[in-house]
Design a protein around this ligand. Sequence first.
Ligand code: DQA
Length: 144
Amino acid sequence: MKKILIINGPNLNLLGKREPEIYGTQSFEDYLNVLQKKYTNIVEISYFQSNIEGEIVTKLQEVGFSDLCGIILNAGAYTHTSVAIADAISAIKVPVVEVHISNVFQREDFRHHSFISPVCSGTIVGFGLNSYNLAVESFIPNNL
Ligand code: DQA
């Protein structure tokens, strides 16, 4: 079975409580349960969250040469600041899809630039938590 890892960066552990008008009212754990059930027997979805930039780099290095078919990364605010995470994505073999819950292009200017977009295989932005579902779909070919 295909395996995917979702990595969430800083403050995404607060989903459901954090600025619900932007990020919604569902916790990531609740959403992940539904997602994992939806893809039972199709894709095995595991999850890692960290508020610490270096831990995200270390996780990318750890899994980046494994049998994972893909990584779904919401780097949170590090998207807009982290050369280290961009370098880690460039260094590894497993493809990374960048996701954002909110439409960052409708928000402050500093959210319009992503250090990681150029080194990711694709980017999904602005579909709420469904952005993750769409990213999972991107790893399932011929799924029409
Ligand atoms: C975010 C957008 C980022 O600008 C922000 O810092 C986040 C969440 C999103 O999923 O919409 O923490 O990545």
